[in-house]
Design a protein around this ligand. Sequence first.
Ligand code: CA
Length: 242
Amino acid sequence: MRTVPTVLLVEDEPSIAELIAVNLRHNGFRPIWAMDSVSAQRELDAALPDLILLDWMLPGESGLTLAKRWRGHERTKAIPLIMLTARGDEADRVAGLDAGADDYISKPFSTKELLARVRAVLRRRAPQAKDEALLISGLRLDSATHRVSFLDQALKLGPTEFKLLHYLMGHAERVHSRGQLLDKVWGDHVYIEERTVDVHVKRLREAMGAAAAMVETVRGAGYRLTAKPELVPVVEAPSHIA
Ligand code: CA
């Protein structure tokens, strides 16, 4: 699992970018610098960061335009985003927040303030503790001990299957496309084939035994973990092969 949070820094001014990058690095983040909208988009296509710091005034497309576009796309809409700008008046502030920014920092700012805002936004966006145990219809996953059980029977899962189940249980009843699962479970790379997801879902179901049917295939859409097929038999009923 990734431990160092990545921050995509979109800033055309090298001296400001350097100052922010150095401070991020010294405080446990991995900064990725993009100096314009084109390189920012290229970085986003390659991997999703944990947070975006986005300058408003950029050559070419403005930060505001980028924020609106990224908020409108399924793949990027949930990434925490902080706008940086020299434009401090209230109308601009409102425009930034309307475009989907989580927060807004006016230049000049102190690096201390910047780091505090970055941490606050990341905390807000990740409300559930990493160590909580998840329990759904007898299926229990404890992320602190890495144990999974179904009706108190221990299940043996590989590391990828564990991460996949952790994500599905943390976002139960919702359908996730293969692309979304790659982003969330595999660490964001678009270069992994979507078929990889199917392989690990199959392994996960095999490891889940009697709870296997809780991982549903949603035709044409992806996968979902559901509490509904409670206590279904191990053998897949023909009715499931719709
Ligand atoms: Ca600028």
